[in-house]
Structures are given as C-alpha cells and as structure tokens.
Ligand binder design. Structure first.
Ligand code: ISE
Length: 335
C-alpha cells in the first residue's frame, strides 16, 4: 500500500517536497497539503495532484488517512508539530532546524524516547549530497590522513525579508554544523563568531564568519553570507595531513559567447541540492516502510547538537568571545 504523506507548510521548501513526493517517490502519495494560507495550499495541491487541502496541522496529523508527516512550516512550529506526530504514532520528516532552542529539541527527544521507537528524521539533506559523501569516504578510507581543517562557504543571493540578524547562525549555518560534524565524525567543543568591520549585525542577513573547534581539535570555519548577491554558492574543502578534498558543485553547462566563458549559479539551494533532497526523501520513505532509520540521516540527537551549536554561536557573537559548546551526554536511546 502507498504511504500517504501529509505536507505541513506549502512555502518554498514545502512546494519542493510536494514535487518530490508526487513525482519522484514511488510508493508514496501526497495525501494532503496543509498551510495557513489556503490559496497557497491549493496551488501546491493542484500542481502536485494532492487529494486534499487543509489549514489546521494538528487536525491533519490526527487524520486516519495520513500515515506520515512532512514538516516544512516555519521554524518555530517544527518542535510542537513533531511532538504531535510522535503522539499520533506517525513518522516525521522535519525540515531543519528541529527546533529553535536546544530545550525544545530535548522535548522532542523526550517524546520520542518515551514512545520507545524512532519517529523523526531531520531534514539536514546535505548528508545525502554526493560531494559530502565523497569527502567522508576519502576521510574514512584513510586517503587524506588525519583530518585537520574544514573550510565552508555558504552564500545566498539575498536573505528573505523575515530573516533576523541571528538567522545566519540559527537557520543557515546549522547545515554546516551538521554536515561538518557528520563528515568529521566529531562533536564540537567551542565556537567563535566574527563579523566584518562596517557590518550592522542587526541587519537582515548580515554576514558572519565562525570558527569551531571539534573535540578532536580540528578547526572548522564557516562563512555565512546570506546577501552575497551573485548566486547560490556553497563550497567546502576538507584538509587532512596527507591531502585535501574539495567540493565541485555540479555545473551542467558553460556558455561561451561574446569573448566570454560563463558558468551560471542557481538562484537558491534547490537546484544545487535537488538530488540530495530526493535521496533524503527516499530514505525517509524507506524508514516509514521498515521502521528502521537511515544510518546517514540526521535524527533528533543531531538536531539537538546543531541547536546547541547555534545557541553558543549567538552568544559568541553577542559577547565577542569564544564560547564552549556544552551538550548533555548522548541519551542511551540515541546511542
Ligand atoms: C534555508 O532555510 C536553507 O535551508 C538553505 O539550504 C540555506 O541555503 C538557506 O541559507 C536557509 O535559509
């Protein structure tokens, strides 16, 4: 039987997930599209052939014709909706971040542990990207020798209007916290956050530059520039004692014209990580079907770790100092 998925949130990412579920996920059906704006839900449902639309996410989670839930609503709704889905016994693919605070992540973890099985996959889709997979394989296979540094750039064309000054650290950078932690296989012990001179930190999408130390003493630097203007550009290089491996973002063509050679950037992250989203959603479907979580995918513990780093990062910037990253011990349930 096809797995009936409810999509909560029909914004930019919700619409993208709806297209993947309806067009690229054999074995899944887009059952209902739920959004606070009915016209937005209807537009996505019509485009993707969903059976129904709705406006109340809690009622949708409880529906008998819904087997699993995909949360792509605003960040502050992620934790309560995940908890409601767990209570209803429905697996969840929750867009990142899992919650806006580590305390809220802990509440989701508690609900999951109490339910006694895994329910939540967190949408850190970069773990499914081929470039990071090859970086991890090069490290794990020993080709690079011991990892010592990882450089990461994250540039968007323009920050959305609702982006606060902190969201570079709490909304964009969590992708980097999670994927670097995944590739390196190490948690972090400290974070320092800097802003270039002349930047108004309260401005929408103000750039930040972070340096994190892992527990193994490796250095991870992250530039987040949400207003880079020229295109969506994510880069990464992992440096080991014996070599280095860099991401080659896929570019499918080069235009040679008028004495120039031009490679184009995508306007946002969806084309760059399209395959990663597809692989992630396929892994989620398999999890729903088998009850066994993907070994690659992020779970609530990973969501918690990213939230702790984000909190420390916000403090590091505000206080202008290196802040220790202090996490609870990993609960037995997630070991
Ligand atoms: C957005 O929420 C994403 O998840 C994108 O991947 C990222 O590039 C962007 O900065 C975030 O705001």
């Amino acid at each position: 039987m096809s797995i009936r998925i409810a999509l909560l949130g029909a914004g930019i990412m919700g619409a993208d997930h709806a297209r993947i579920v309806s067009g690229d996920l054999p074995g899944a059906t887009l059952q209902v599209v739920c959004d606070a704006f009915p016209e937005r839900a209807k537009a996505v449902a019509d485009e993707c052939g969903a059976a129904d639309v709705a406006a109340d996410p809690m009622a949708v989670i409880a529906r008998r014709d819904v087997d699993a839930v995909l949360i792509a609503s605003p960040d502050e709704t992620h934790a309560p909706l995940s908890i409601a889905a767990i209570a209803a016994g429905k697996p969840v693919l929750c867009e990142k971040p899992l919650a806006q605070s580590s305390a809220d992540c802990l509440a989701v973890m508690e609900a999951e542990a109490k339910a006694g099985r895994f329910f939540v996959q967190v949408g850190f889709m970069r773990r499914f990207d081929q470039s990071y997979a090859e970086m991890k394989a090069a490290l794990d296979g020993g080709e690079l020798g011991q990892a010592i540094m990882m450089h990461n750039f994250h540039r968007n064309v323009e920050a959305p209007a609702n982006f606060t000054g902190q969201m570079a650290i709490t909304n964009s950078a969590p992708h980097e916290y999670d994927v670097a932690r995944f590739v390196l296989g190490s948690d972090y012990r400290s974070i320092s956050v800097f802003q270039p001179a002349g930047v108004d930190g309260s401005q929408t999408g103000a750039p930040v530059f972070m340096v994190l130390e892992t527990n193994g003493g490796q250095l991870v630097n992250i530039e987040i520039n949400n207003n880079a203007a020229y295109g969506y550009d994510v880069r990464s290089e992992l440096v080991g004692k014996k070599g280095a491996i860099s991401m080659n973002a896929p570019v499918y063509s080069r235009l040679d014209v008028a004495l120039q050679s031009v490679e184009r950037y995508a306007p946002d992250w969806r084309p760059r990580f399209a395959e990663a989203y597809r692989r992630q959603n396929k892994a989620f479907l398999k999890f729903v079907e088998t009850g066994v979580p993907s070994p690659i995918a992020s779970n609530c513990w990973d969501g918690y770790c990213a939230a702790v780093v984000a909190e420390a990062g916000v403090r590091a910037l505000a206080e202008g100092r290196k802040v220790p990253i202090e996490m609870i011990g990993k609960p037995a349930f997630y070991r």
